[in-house]
Design a protein around this ligand. Structure first.
Ligand code: ATP
Length: 858
């Protein structure tokens, strides 16, 4: 369609809408016709594919084939049991993967955007999915354009169309009709397109295409949605591969030894393959995904929405949290505490000073359908207070009576905004902003110095100060620009407002400090305001410094890098400087979480190790680039998320420890027995059984383990540190050796005492030892009874259930036939349980010795 060649009136009549947007009664019909405004989702993996994938593993296929062959020549029951176990294993694997997929899809769905549209002539906020052709949409810097639109208004509107055209330089937009019809999307300067970014200015447009009918839909380009492997998953996949080769070599050796000792080929082959299947930790990648995805779900419940899964595991490594002040550390409930008008000034209207007029006109606050005010908290505070003084009706009269004819919207670099209103023929230019921005624009330099002093004093009390200036214009001509507008102003007055810190912040800050994390405040506010608020919440660290954006600019990269770790407060910085801060900290080896809400924050959010956007006040662009979104904009939520991240990582280490030590024990037992002159301890079915009941379920339950008590009293984990750091590799090794030694010892003793049940005893000892290990690894530092025996009920129930299953396998006659077990006597059972307890107690003892060691060295 050639929307760009039509006039707005033509478009309105073609679509059946008006400058006031759609009417309520049109919405249902149009929705029926056009459907939701979304691009077709990348198809999710269907359940049957996930199930089938479970069998696609090479070793599983070999096992199935070998068991079928052995069924033909040997015992059919064995084959059936092996197939059932493989099937059960596949079902567990399927459930794990399916749940992981579901959790990921749910996470993706949570990150929807909203748009402000006119419906029945009033601004309302709706989900972008509900946008329809004919809707009139407001655009401002930071928005992702939600649909294809023909522009009705454009004020300094610049759009980054890289998503569509690949061109990353923003383009200026206008509202004039373009005659030429056959032009590329990038040249349609009176239109904006779905998926592109508003980098500057403000605008308004009428939607002409939604969903798959948009330019973006046509080229079916997806903005997001691909699943990436987290560093941990990648490392684990790599490690798993190497481990598998090792295990295959051992199993091949076992096969050779068996043949050499005179065993038959097929049973020996089956045994070697079963051992390989049991020992290869194929469940680990799925378990890690589940732990991360479930962690992300829990984080979302706690108001931290994860957009990129790797953030879950890297949260635990954060050493610096660089945070905005307004809204994150403070309540974002600005209230005007007072105004200081310039005593010398004219009345604009009877009883209304020019200063009050300025407060009523220079802002982007909108009046909603129910006369509610919508907008940025700083401006809301001003407008609410002026409405209170003048009366709401008079305020509305002023806004509608003196229309705005030009403006330079607020941006965080200039720290001011300018409007021009038509006061019945006289043009009033108003500028408001930070005192350092306005003072140089004033005519009277002496007055400017006085204002700077006055504002500094107010800032020192924690107030945010806005200064107003004005001038009269004769006309707006071609020479009218930012440079000619924002100069030669007369001073009107200042408004100062308070925004108290959030209540929970002091506690969160002190928690950061014990956890080895440095909180850093980065604000656009005045240094004195920043210092006052920072001191109230106990943010500045001992000997830490404060620096302003201007001083920061004067530092060379080397000077800054040597200072950066000592700076706790950055004041009057622009978003661009945030990028410099992240880079300098990263250069010093720090792992940085950085918050941001504006469009200019996107580069620093992207560069930070964890970029955090604000869910309430954040722009679409910041949310799109962030790794995590704070649904409540609250700093305390970041600290909670870090704690949760540490817990999740701990738990991943726990089940890795558990699975690998158990698998190691299985392989050592099987491999070493013949070398010690003992018969091969277990049958293929028994090994597969142990793998089935002990691998998947306790591992899954370990992912839900509660946080260690000291979790926020220890330093952050080194990013990129090996999963086996901190003695985990050794732990796995010695526990596997001990477990195998206990199993082999049991075998040797039972054979020595001529028990005909030695195999069942080894089977039982190995299986129950593993349950003991599952209980013991639940805490790395505390005895289990201290950590809370029943605090992880699913795990305790799994352990009990597995124990009962083991008794079933030992004592029920049909199970004896299937698993080739014998009912143990009471003495044999008691001995087996006692011997199994060795591993549990040894792991508990390790915690004690580590504790003693920590006290001695620490
Ligand atoms: P924080 O980091 O604390 O959230 P910020 O970096 O978001 O703050 P900005 O909103 O960029 O701070 O504001 C910086 C300064 O610009 C403020 O101190 C104020 O003086 C001025 N300012 C803020 N909002 C406006 C506005 N709407 N119009 C004009 N000036 C403003």
């Amino acid at each position: 369609m050639v929307w760009h060649t039509l006039t707005l009136e033509q478009i309105f009549s073609l679509i059946g809408t008006s400058p006031n947007g759609l009417l309520d009664e049109q919405v249902a019909g149009l929705y029926e016709k056009y459907g939701p405004n979304e691009l077709l989702e990348k198809k999710r993996k269907p359940a049957w594919r996930i199930l089938l994938n479970q069998f696609a593993d090479f070793m599983i296929i070999v096992l199935v084939v070998a068991s079928i062959i052995s069924g033909f020549v040997g015992e059919l029951t064995d084959t059936i049991v092996i197939l059932v176990i493989v099937l059960l294993n596949a079902v567990i694997g399927f459930l794990q993967e399916y749940r992981a997929e579901n959790a990921m899809a749910a996470l993706r769905e949570m990150a929807t955007h909203h748009s402000v549209v006119l419906r029945n002539g009033h601004p309302v906020t709706i989900s972008t999915v509900e946008l329809l052709p004919g809707d009139v949409v407001m655009l401002e810097a930071g928005n992702i354009v939600p649909a294809d639109m023909r522009l009705m208004e454009a004020h300094s509107l610049r759009i980054d169309e890289a998503a569509l055209t690949g061109e990353s330089v923003s383009v200026n937009k206008h509202i004039l009709v373009i005659e030429e019809s056959e032009i590329a999307a990038g040249d349609k300067l009176n239109m904006v397109f779905k998926g592109t970014l508003v980098t500057q200015g403000r605008g308004r447009g009428v939607v002409v295409a939604t969903g798959m009918n948009t330019e973006l839909g046509m080229i079916a380009r997806m903005l997001q949605g691909e699943d990436v492997q987290t560093p941990l998953q990648a490392r684990m996949a790599d490690f798993g591969k190497k481990l598998s080769y090792g295990i295959l070599v051992i199993c091949a050796a076992l096969f050779g030894i068996g043949l050499w000792a005179g065993q038959q080929v097929l049973p020996m082959l089956l045994l070697a393959i079963s051992l390989a299947v049991a020992a290869i930790p194929e469940s680990l990648p799925a378990l890690i995904t589940i732990a991360l995805a479930r962690g992300a779900k829990r984080l979302a419940k706690n108001n931290a929405l994860i957009r990129k899964l790797p953030a879950v595991e890297t949260l635990g490594s954060v050493t610096f949290i660089c945070t905005d002040k307004t809204g994150t550390l403070t309540q974002n409930q600005m209230k005007v505490a007072g105004t200081i008008p310039n005593p010398i000034q004219a009345e604009a209207l009877p009883g209304i000073s020019l200063f009050e007029m300025a407060q009523a006109l220079n802002h982007d606050v909108r009046v909603g359908a129910k006369d509610n005010l919508l907008g940025d908290p700083t401006e809301l505070a001003v407008v609410e207070s002026v409405a209170h003084r003048l009366g709401f009706d008079q305020l509305k009269e002023i806004i509608t009576g003196f229309p705005r004819i030009a403006e330079f919207p607020f941006d965080a670099i200039r720290k001011c905004m300018t409007t021009v209103n038509d006061l019945q023929g006289s043009l009033l230019l108003l500028t408001k902003g930070a005192v350092e921005s306005i003072a140089p624009m004033l005519n009277n330099e002496v007055e400017a110095q006085e204002i700077l002093k006055q504002a500094a004093a107010l800032s020192a009390d924690g107030y945010r100060v806005l200064v107003y200036g004005f001038k009269w214009l004769d006309c707006i001509d071609a020479g009218f620009s930012l440079q000619t507008a924002e100069c030669d102003l007369d001073y009107l007055g200042m408004v100062y407002m308070a925004d108290p810190p959030r209540e929970e912040i002091s506690k969160a800050i002190s928690e950061c400090k014990t956890a080895g994390i440095r909180p850093v405040m980065i604000t656009g506010d005045h240094p004195s305001t920043a210092l006052a608020i920072a001191s109230q919440i106990g943010l500045p660290a001992a000997n830490s410094k404060m620096i302003s954006g201007v001083s920061l600019n004067k530092l060379t990269p080397e000077e800054f890098a040597s200072e950066v770790e000592n700076i706790s407060i950055y004041a009057r910085v622009s978003p661009e400087q945030k990028l410099r801060i992240v880079q300098a900290l990263q250069q010093r080896g720090q792992f940085v979480a950085m918050t941001g809400d504006g469009v200019n924050d996107a580069p620093s959010l992207k560069k930070a190790n964890i970029g955090i956007a604000m869910g309430v006040s954040g722009t679409d662009v910041s949310k799109e680039t962030a790794h995590m979104i704070l649904l409540d904009d609250n700093f305390a939520t970041i600290v909670k998320a870090v704690k949760e991240g540490r817990r999740i990582y701990d738990n991943i280490r726990k089940f890795v420890k558990y699975v690998l030590s158990c698998n190691g024990a299985e392989i050592l037992t099987m491999f070493l027995a013949p070398l010690f002159g003992l018969p091969i301890p277990l049958l293929p079915i028994q090994i597969l059984w142990i793998n089935l009941v002990t691998d998947g379920l306790p591992g899954l339950a370990l992912a839900g383990e509660k946080a260690e008590k000291n979790i926020m009293q220890r330093p952050p984990r080194q990013p990129g540190e090996s999963l086996f750091a901190g003695g985990i590799g050794w732990h796995i090794l010695w526990v596997a050796c001990l477990m195998a030694a206990v199993a082999l010892g049991t075998q040797a003793a039972a054979i020595h005492f001529q028990s005909g049940h030695w195999q069942t005893m080894v089977f039982t000892v190995l299986s129950i030892s593993q349950l003991g290990q599952a209980m013991a690894v639940r805490s790395e530092t505390q005895f289990i009874y201290r950590h809370g025996l029943f605090s992880n009920l699913p795990l305790v129930l799994t352990v009990l259930f597995t124990f009962v299953l083991q008794l079933v396998v030992i004592y029920l006659p049909w199970a004896n036939q299937v698993f080739k077990t014998q009912p143990l006597t009471l003495v044999e059972l008691s001995m087996s349980i006692l011997l199994s307890a060795v591993v549990f107690h040894a792991v508990e003892l390790e915690k004690f010795l580590r504790g003693v060691n920590r006290k001695v060295t620490g």
